[in-house]
Design a binder for this molecule. Structure first.
Ligand code: DHE
Length: 592
């Protein structure tokens, strides 16, 4: 059952990027035959790792000024320009950058594209490349006229979406309930720590689900295609961020939890976090944007924007200027009054000290390019983050404010989510990641005190069901590790999870059990992708989302962690496209 993954064109959940494989440093001019032979075309299906690229769905809807056309370059009408922009931001910008100056993919600026010419670009977009560029034309995803339009578009000057500075951010800021009008004590009898905030991706909402009764407490409107939820240190405030950069601040003390403030921090965003260091609990919030490339520090109770900081700067390796390095994951240090901000394209990890926001001190740690997601080790001191397109994990000591090490992850395109921490029977405390590009699950030693010989090394690699994994999960009270595979093209694999018994990891090739979560949901339609396990507060249940399309039925499936049996299924017409789930207690305490 260990299969390398090639994901088919039919994957419609995520709009996909025009992927030139960054990892291979693919150069248009060198690799692409003008008229590829049909045999070649068959070969280049891209891997989930290459296809799991940002889709700038919000920017695609935004009006962008059309640059003038230079002599000798085919002119585009206003309608053509608008359509080309939509295609570009939805499918291409994730790899090639908003400004076409390159991100994980190559630059496509007119100085380069005009050398290649219209016919070359048209054929390249049509047939793609075995090294990773999707064959948009021969796969039928783009029509002939759309391909020709894109070839012309690439010969023209890039569009420049507007910046989003403090005036725009401030104009979007709304306090719906001022602090002095909010409750002074908890006004409901909900077990707040037991709640789950469930992302309802395609309706732009979160559902608050009670952990004990499994009933939906409320469904709250948030930003577009809401991405993640995070909790304030006290557990009172819940922050949800949409892809459109809108943050919704929800007060869990209200009789019925409801939004008390909202703000938009950029045009495209994915991450939000709040201050957790002793003495600063709940005081500040931070959010990072993909566009414009910046982070914003806000007041934790009102979201009042205090400081906007650009992330434009030099790449860690070649030390060249990058005009749009996106902000990927952000975590709040427990050891210092700092946020750990991961800058994707430059590979710099910023420790942003919020003690004095006016005189902001930022420590810039050289890490590795293409930082994406990550989490703390068991002690909460070390932060491990995947440089996914480089197949590496960078480790930071948040106490000393230093890079510890960068290690090969041991597989293709690590994607840990926040990772999973447990005590390995042979190697002591480890942090685990699964991979998008293959079936590898890697365990990295995290205890430099008592298990020094294993610290910061991949101590063991085991094989799961296949590639296309996004999230791995365990809990301090659990004896199991769960690995999802929602992006695996095999329906059977994407609708189930693999579970390893921690005790079995003494074996060289430990076996895993497959839980048919999709089947357990009782839903017959759709691909029933099973995504992101999340434990309840007590650590005796793990919840999975059945992520179908918007028009199909979805569900939450709850597994008894001890017996690995189905415990319950939550179905409700309001549960549309559930993806991430965030238990209040585990999220605020960084338990994973
Ligand atoms: Fe995510 C976390 C970016 C697609 C579900 N996602 C993150 C984080 C980033 C990110 C930077 C870390 C936030 C943090 O910790 O501060 N995600 C991106 C993308 O750029 C990408 C690849 C494409 C895009 O255009 O957004 C992408 N992500 C997805 C999905 O398609 C998923 C599966 C479904 C969805 O809801 O969109 C998805 N991402 C998640 C989830 C987390 C996440 C559930 C939080 C995991 C956790 O345990 O903390």
């Amino acid at each position: 059952m260990h299969r390398k993954v090639e994901i088919p064109r039919t994957w419609k959940f995520l709009t996909l990027a025009l992927a030139i494989a960054a990892t291979n440093g693919l150069a248009l001019a060198q690799d692409v035959p003008k008229k590829p032979a049909p045999a070649d075309i068959q070969k280049h299906k891209t891997s989930p790792g290459e296809r799991y690229q940002p889709s700038l769905d919000v920017l695609k809807e935004q009006a962008v000024e059309q640059p003038g056309t230079k002599p000798g370059v085919p002119a585009l009408s206003a309608d053509e320009f608008k359509k080309a922009n939509q295609i570009y931001f939805e499918r291409c910008a994730g790899c090639h950058g908003v400004l076409r100056k390159g991100a994980t993919g190559k630059a496509l600026t007119p100085d380069l594209t005009t050398k290649l010419g219209f016919e070359y670009l048209r054929d390249f977009i049509t047939y793609g490349s075995p090294a990773g560029m999707p064959n948009w034309g021969s796969s039928g995803e783009l029509k002939q006229d759309e391909i020709e339009l894109m070839a012309k578009y690439l010969l023209n000057q890039p569009a420049q979406p507007p910046e989003f500075g403090l005036p725009e951010i401030k104009a979007s800021w709304k306090v719906l309930a001022p602090v002095d009008k909010r409750p002074t004590k908890k006004m409901n009898d909900l077990d707040a720590d037991g709640l789950f905030s469930v992302t309802l991706r395609d309706t732009g909402e979160i559902a608050l689900v009670d952990g004990a009764s499994k009933k939906i407490v409320s469904v709250i409107k948030t930003g577009y295609a809401v991405h993640i939820s995070r909790l304030s240190a006290s557990g009172r405030y819940l922050f949800a961020i949409g892809r459109d950069g809108k943050i919704t601040l929800i007060d869990l003390w209200m009789a019925t939890p409801a939004p008390v403030a909202e703000i938009k921090v950029g045009s495209e965003a994915r991450s939000v976090e709040t201050s957790k260091f002793k003495g600063f609990e709940d005081r500040y919030a931070i959010a990072g944007s993909y566009w414009p490339p910046q982070y914003v520090i806000m007041d934790g109770a009102t979201l009042e924007p205090m400081k906007v900081v650009s992330t434009r700067g030099m790449t860690v390796d070649t030390q060249e200027y990058h005009p749009e390095p996106r902000v990927a994951s952000i975590v709040a240090s427990h050891y210092n009054p700092e946020f750990v901000v991961n800058i994707k394209e430059t590979g710099q990890i910023l420790l942003v000290n919020y003690q004095d926001v006016k005189n902001l001190k930022v420590t810039t740690i050289e890490a590795e390019r293409f930082l994406h997601d990550g989490g703390f080790d068991k002690s909460g001191r070390y932060f491990l983050v995947a440089a996914n397109a480089r197949h590496k994990i960078a480790i930071v000591d948040t106490k000393e404010g230093k890079l510890v090490k960068i290690v090969e992850s041991g597989g293709q395109t690590p994607h840990p989510g926040r990772g999973a921490n447990f005590i390995h029977p042979k190697f002591g405390p480890v942090w685990a990641t699964s991979h998008l590009g293959d079936e590898t699950i890697s365990f990295i030693g995290t205890d430099p005190e008592k298990n020094k010989e294993h610290a910061w090394k991949v101590v063991q690699k085991v094989k799961g069901q296949g590639g296309g994994s996004l999230f791995i999960k365990t809990h301090p009270k659990s004896k199991h590790i769960y690995v999802d595979t929602p992006l695996n093209p095999e329906a059977e694999i994407s609708s189930s999870v693999a579970v390893f018994a921690i005790a079995d990891l003494t074996q060289d090739k430990p076996k895993y059990k497959v839980l048919p979560i999709g089947e357990w949901s009782g839903i017959a339609q759709g691909q029933r992708r099973v995504v992101q396990g999340e434990y309840n507060k007590d650590g005796d249940e793990i919840w999975f989302s059945i992520w179908n399309s918007k028009s199909q039925e979805s569900a939450l499936v709850i597994v008894d962690d001890k017996t690995l049996q189905l415990k319950s299924v939550i179905k409700d017409p309001r549960l549309v496209t559930p993806t991430g789930k965030f238990n209040v207690y585990n999220t605020r305490k960084d338990i994973y």
